[in-house]
Ligand binder design. Structure first.
Ligand code: 4AD
Ligand code: MG
Length: 480
């Protein structure tokens, strides 16, 4: 019976016992008398050292114990004499489950660049860095469900194919069938690709929020957690064409309740990772420190990854309005020349990520929640404030990341919502069902969206969003 390496390393009961392990060979060092094989099965960052005596194992098998090969080994677990590990396996029997041609296997036992590893997304989970990232990603996803379940929120599955544009920003991917016989024809007899979902124009969802709102107005507190799609230029280290979003939506919450929930939620998730992923975060912390050494002095982080995570969970986030933020930015001297690369254009325009990062990393040196943005730069569904100029929006900004959460109190008044949709040219016909909630039993309600990959980036310290999702979808990358 196979035992996972994580279990062997954590439970003293296996010492002096005969056990079987299975996994992939990371490295092998050999001399005449003995081979040391570092075996990893992905259950934990650590390898198990196998001690292979060539007298016990046939020449034919020995030659196939190469980096990348999958093997099964049975032997006695003993305290290790070597440094670096507490136990090792004295191998008595070994079988090769899958060979890996040493000359062709792309993952050599050395440090590969992240860019190279992105090209071999099918093999990169076998590296220390990526296995750590994806274990942390798993733990965070689990923590999302635990957080909400413990608070009585219900998990709602919202559709992926939809006819409506939840953000009204026109960044949708069209859904189309490849079978032309299923498509309607135009009066001239041509195939009508515009109406391609059995006679309707449909897209991949950009957000589950609007459907989430319907359920909040029935079950009170709900959340979604699913893939969302944006046809925006995703050639940055923070954007993907396909990303996962968590969107809680709560009846009877105002903007302050919404901010409190967002702050509690983020702190809970980071704490959960600190508690449950200590080995992986230790590894990623060392990795980030090494990366930092190769950077220019002014780009090096003041805090290590672990210090950053502790700092965020231990300190209150700074809360201020967009208008106050503009004031701070106007009076600031960000670099030696005292200028931003992109000037603050003035009240009413969106902040560039450079400005957001200045506020978070230089001015306040902690996460910031900006509220009450000009209505022109935010979505149609946000609650209009009494000043007639701003809406009850909130963006949570994180060091090194920028915007990690976007949310708002929603406009619950039917007339105001319809008026705003008309002003912003949001079609009412595809959203009639959304508008009906404001006719029948409407109530103040709020919600937000957390970009899951941006959270994973923050917790793992990975610089590029493509390195925290198993198969990144970006303009260049859609193969597997
Ligand atoms: O600010 P956004 O566009 O807000 C919404 O979609 C709302 N419907 C959320 C809500 O109120 N329920 O997106 C929310 C978050 C952003 O703060 C960011 O973290 C992430 O989603 N995000 C992306 N992550 C990766 N790649 C992209 N292209 C992203 N676009 C947004
Ligand atoms: Mg946003």
């Amino acid at each position: 019976q196979r035992i996972k390496i994580k279990e062997l390393l954590n439970s003293p009961q296996y010492v002096e016992q005969m056990v079987t392990v299975k996994g992939w060979v990371r490295t092998r060092r050999s001399n005449k008398n003995v081979s040391f094989v570092a075996l990893n099965d992905g259950s934990v960052i650590h390898n198990l050292q196998l001690v292979v005596d060539p007298a016990h194992i046939s020449e034919a098998i020995l030659k196939d114990i190469t980096t990348g090969a999958c093997i099964s080994a049975t032997g006695t677990l003993v305290p290790s004499q070597g440094s670096g590990q507490s136990v090792e396996l004295q191998v008595q029997a070994l079988t090769i489950l899958g060979k890996a041609d040493a000359d062709k296997y792309p993952l050599q036992p050395k440090r590969h660049s992240l860019e190279f590893l992105r090209e071999i997304a099918h093999l990169r989970p076998r590296t220390n860095t990526f296995s750590a990232v994806f274990r942390v990603r798993h733990a965070l996803a689990f923590a999302v469900h635990k957080f909400f379940n413990d608070r009585g929120f219900f998990y709602i599955h919202t559709p992926i194919i939809t006819a409506s544009d939840a953000e009204g920003a026109g960044e949708m991917f069209r859904v189309s069938t490849l079978d032309p016989t299923r498509l309607p024809k135009t009066p001239e007899g041509a195939i009508d690709y515009a109406e391609d979902f059995f006679g309707r124009e449909t897209n991949l969802t950009v957000s589950g929020q609007l459907e989430g709102e319907l359920f909040a107005m029935a079950l009170s507190e709900i959340y979604t957690f699913g893939p969302t799609f944006r046809a925006e230029n995703s050639n940055t280290a923070r954007h993907l064409a396909e990303f996962w979003m968590i969107e809680p939506e709560m009846a009877f919450y105002d903007l302050t309740d919404n901010m409190n929930l967002a702050e509690d939620f983020l702190k809970y998730l980071i704490n959960y990772a600190l508690e449950h992923c200590a080995d992986d975060l230790d590894f990623l912390n060392k990795r980030a420190l090494e990366e930092d050494k190769n950077k220019k002095k002014e780009e090096q982080s003041e805090l290590s990854l672990l210090e950053r995570l502790h700092f965020v969970v231990d300190n209150p986030f700074e809360r201020l309005t967009y208008t106050q933020a503009i004031e701070i930015l106007r009076n600031s001297k960000p670099n030696k020349k005292g200028k931003f690369q992109f000037p603050i254009e003035g009240w009413g325009t969106d902040l560039q990520s450079e400005h957001e990062r200045y506020l978070v990393e230089k001015h306040f040196k902690k996460p910031v929640i900006l509220t009450d943005y000009p209505k022109e730069i935010k979505s149609f569904y946000m609650k209009q404030n009494d000043d007639g100029k701003t809406v009850g929006a909130m963006d949570v900004l994180f060091p090194g990341i920028g915007e990690i959460i976007g949310g708002s109190q929603r406009e619950e008044d039917y007339d105001k919502l319809v008026q705003r949709m008309r002003e912003m040219h949001v079609p009412e016909d595809t959203l009639w069902w959304y508008l009906e909630t404001r006719k029948f039993g409407t109530t103040p309600h709020s919600g937000f969206g957390l970009g899951f990959e941006r959270l994973v980036q923050f917790v793992t310290g990975m610089g590029n969003i493509r390195d925290v999702i198993p198969f990144p979808r970006t303009p260049k990358n859609a193969e597997f």
